[in-house]
Design a protein around this ligand. Sequence first.
Ligand SMILES: Cc1cc2nc3c(=O)[nH]c(=O)nc-3n(C[C@H](O)[C@H](O)[C@H](O)COP(=O)(O)OP(=O)(O)OC[C@H]3O[C@@H](n4cnc5c(N)ncnc54)[C@H](O)[C@@H]3O)c2cc1C
Ligand code: SF4
Length: 528
Amino acid sequence: MSVATQQRSAAVTVLVPILGDQLSHAIASLRNRSRSDTVVLMMEVADEARYVRHHKQKIIFILAAMRHFAAELAAAGWTVDYIRLDDADNSGSFAGELTRAVARHRPHAIAMVEPGEWRVRQAIDAWRARFDGSMDILEDDRFLCSISEFRRWAGQRSTLVMEYFYRDMRRKTGLLMTPDGAPVGGQWNLDDQNRAPPKKGQTYPAPLRFAPDAVTQEVIALVEDRFPDHFGNTATFALPVTARQAQQALAHFIDQALPHFGTFQDAMVAGEDLLFHSWLSPALNIGLLTAGEATAAVAAAYEAGKAPLNAAEGFVRQLIGWREYVRGYYWLEMPGVADANALGAERPLPEFFWTGETDMFCLAEAVRNTRDNAYAHHIQRLMVLGNFAMLAGVRPQDVGDWFLTVYADAFEWVELPNVLGMSQYADGGRLGTKPYAGGGAYINRMSNYCGHCSYDVKAKTGPQACPFNALYWDFLARHEDRFRSNRRMANMYANWDRMGPDKQQAYRKSAAAFLAGLIAAAPGWVRA
Ligand SMILES: Cc1cc2nc3c(=O)[nH]c(=O)nc-3n(C[C@H](O)[C@H](O)[C@H](O)COP(=O)(O)OP(=O)(O)OC[C@H]3O[C@@H](n4cnc5c(N)ncnc54)[C@H](O)[C@@H]3O)c2cc1C
Ligand code: SF4
């Protein structure tokens, strides 16, 4: 391959390992460092590709981006020691490769940026404890809020309300702020303008798809060869794998989609995989693009009159609000939160999450998007897939394994809070004050899915009724002790009470009949 692999011995002083989600040229471990006494170490290790059986496109994405990044570093004059997955002596783990690299280069020091995930941090810390040289672990300053800053913010709060965190981040970054410190437009949050259902006759921009070049094609062949039975199509791979492509994707989004992003943020349309979403999360999460770059470009588009405020504010909120917030939450709550199961959900994940074989059109459509693109947009994840799993009482750790496996943007620091906290209420309300639960009426209002479905969304009970309807009321009934006193759910329980016992029983019987027919997925889908 085109990566310079050069062995140095006594002259080398610092070894800089760069992980697969640290592909930023401005990464802290390279900043102010001399090219003449540095060896960059990049490692493709089987442990990372296999700890869950990732979607094939996720593995392709990360390995292809790593190989492109290494080539760019080498072209910029860095010495790169690149370990390929198929190298004969590859030990298959970070610890093994660090040990081999130390033997090769005999560095007097190692410097790396903190890993993004708990599991990797544990492995690196354990290795560092055995290493008899100096090893610096640097803060990942691609995030706008450090782990310690979030910890201070969280302090003794009993619930971590994202809105307050977000306002602090707006003040800190100055994004969409007036010179005297007020939010542009007078309101902090325009979420109430982000909920329009899809409009008849609305057209959607074509996503920018990147054709795989020779480097990526080589990785696709490798993945087909090494991981043939992992979930997902490879023929549809189209993700950006370089910083340049990520910038093109950002520009395409701002030009084509941003003007409508805010208004239709929660809409869903059959056959439209993106609507007006950016599809930038994979590139953001491995560092091809930073949140600072993306939000500055979006704010500039607003200031230039190219996008309305509800779009720019909505996008900025997702990135400097939710994205930073879930990362802080992850490091605050780990490792305990990984086992959280406040609702005592124990049902195994249904098989159709993998096969897509279900008569529920909304779910089949979300699984299709996931299989084809290693992607589903937020409302598909939250109000279709996640909502179904929570209503059906699926074990949150099974749900989390699925989400971690199937999305190209799934790294545990962002996946776990979204799944266990936001979508499954497994943390008992630490992240959100009420569960994101909805029946068929919500999906029908926000999509055109129900018109394609063999179930009847208007029917409440019985075999032809939309399963979300009975599951929704059954969920509220099962968890009445926990939720009845929640003021944000008072209306729902008032409606439940008005039904009377016969109707309530009919809902519960319908839900039980549906749940009894679910086929559980075999564990082999996630781990061999
Ligand atoms: C159950 C569930 C699981 C999720 N798992 C992941 C995951 O593994 N990785 C991931 O990056 N996001 C995850 N999300 C958040 C969100 O759904 C995705 O970031 C988004 O769908 C990515 O698509 P996009 O780039 O088109 O986003 P857009 O709608 O265009 O939003 C712009 C950006 O905002 C950020 N963002 C938006 N919402 C969130 C959020 N809730 N948390 C963090 N960042 C956010 C993303 O970086 C995204 O690229 C999950 C959400 C849910 C409900
Ligand atoms: S009828 Fe129910 S199951 Fe079918 S698409 Fe609508 S919400 Fe989904």
